[in-house]
Ligand binder design. Structure first.
Ligand code: SAH
Length: 386
């Protein structure tokens, strides 16, 4: 029997070791003090990680060589390694498969547009919400990601943009969307801490603007209300997918616990408290949720409950393997948009990126075996280059 490559060893699942990005400034200083080092070393490490986007101890020449390894081991353990990158859209979309220390796989997607660059990050390995049209939902939940595992996806994307790894040359990461694997609000504290770390200025964080961060949820009502009280300016996206409880009970099973009306009330509360317009996500599925009457009902409900404080993002369904569901045809999409707009509600169709590399909305399933098959077929070694 031939030995399997390292990446396919049986995983031991567990949360990763403590990392700088899990901690706020005081906590980082306390760890450094425990090591018998002056507090400013915490800020030095923070600047390497958050400002220079570096995890390479050799580059940290302002730390005395004798202490560097201890400091790095205590605060910058390696969290995940990129197993492979897949690119499409002429090299402006790149999906990365990550393998964590315990063997868990996750994925993130970096997308470059003319005016911005967005990374779509995972908040959990797998997902427990079981939405039947979503590839991640089919696999179930493996575990929560740590705060640092979330932040590190953003750090890596920011470094990739800076280093010109996507077509178009060097650029700047501007946006983060929590629309990868997982339900962010089911990993609440770690996700909120990650948002703070992503948006605080260096040496405490990556310094992105809160308004360019979007947290997407199936509609966990108490968590939406809690998020509203955090004093953050992030955009809330709510995956509604249909305005009626009967169908939503099957499309988004958590609807059996929190109904459409409660989800919209919590969304209204979020908009009122933060002053931010809420996004409503709606994957258009042929003959399932794309009927004109549903567009009318959606428009009426949203106009009544949220008025100008809402924007509907229609996403043509990305079919997932084994599902008989398909995207709505273009005329149905257009009629749907027109009807929602006629009700006085802002509504656009989202440009879908990454379809060919299974990196589009709801397609993330962290399938390293696809890579194995591909490598066997070509006989080439795994490549991180697109
Ligand atoms: N759990 C969160 C975030 C992850 S998914 C949530 O549900 O909001 C991000 C978005 O992609 C959600 O709106 C989700 O419903 C949508 N999505 C999932 N599968 C999809 C698919 N196959 N086609 C189009 N959108 C999909």
């Amino acid at each position: 029997m031939t030995a399997l490559p390292l990446v396919f060893e049986a995983p031991r699942r567990g949360m990763p070791p403590r990392h700088l990005a899990d901690l706020d400034r005081d906590e980082r200083r306390a760890v450094v003090a425990e090591l018998g080092e002056p507090a400013f070393r915490a800020d030095q490490l923070g600047r390497h990680y958050f400002a220079r986007l570096s995890t390479d101890p050799a580059a940290m020449t302002d730390l005395p060589a004798a202490r560097r390894d201890r400091l790095v081991a205590a605060l910058l353990p390696e969290l995940a390694t990129p197993v492979r990158h897949l690119c499409c859209d002429s090299g402006t979309t790149r999906k990365t498969l990550w393998r964590a220390a315990d063997g868990t796989f996750t994925e993130s997607v970096l997308m470059r547009y003319p005016d911005r660059a967005t990374v779509c990050v995972s908040s959990q390995a797998g997902c427990g919400m079981a939405c039947p049209f979503c590839a991640t939902g089919q696999a179930g939940l493996t575990r929560n990601l740590s705060t640092a595992e979330i932040v590190d996806q953003v750090r890596a994307a920011a470094a990739a943009m800076r280093d010109g790894e996507l077509t178009g040359g060097p650029g700047r990461l501007s946006n983060v969307v929590f629309m990868g694997m997982g339900e962010p609000l089911a990993n609440y504290q770690r996700v909120v801490a990650a948002v703070r770390r992503i948006t605080q200025p260096a040496p405490d964080g990556l310094g992105l603007s809160q308004r360019s961060v979007t947290v997407s949820t199936v509609g966990l009502v108490p968590a939406i209300r809690r998020l509203a009280a955090e004093g953050l300016q992030v955009t809330l996206a709510v995956s509604l997918h249909t305005p009626d409880d009967e169908l939503r009970d099957t499309l988004v099973p958590v609807n059996r616990r929190w109904k459409v009306a409660e989800v919209l009330d919590a969304s209204r509360h979020y908009a009122d408290t933060t002053g931010r317009r809420v996004s409503i996500e709606y994957a258009l599925i042929r003959d399932v949720n794309d009927q004109p009457w549903r567009a009318d009902l959606l428009g009426r409900l949203l106009h009544e409950r949220l008025g100008a404080l809402v924007h509907v993002n229609l996403i043509p369904l990305n079919p997932t393997p084994g599902s008989e569901w398909d995207a709505s045809p273009r005329p149905a999409q257009e009629e749907f948009v027109g009807r929602v707009q006629a009700a006085g509600v802002a509504c656009t169709v989202r440009d879908t990126r990454g379809r060919e590399i299974a990196a589009a909305c709801g397609q993330l399933a962290a399938a390293p075996l696809d890579g194995l098959r591909e490598r066997k077929a070509t006989g080439s070694s795994p490549s991180l280059q697109c």
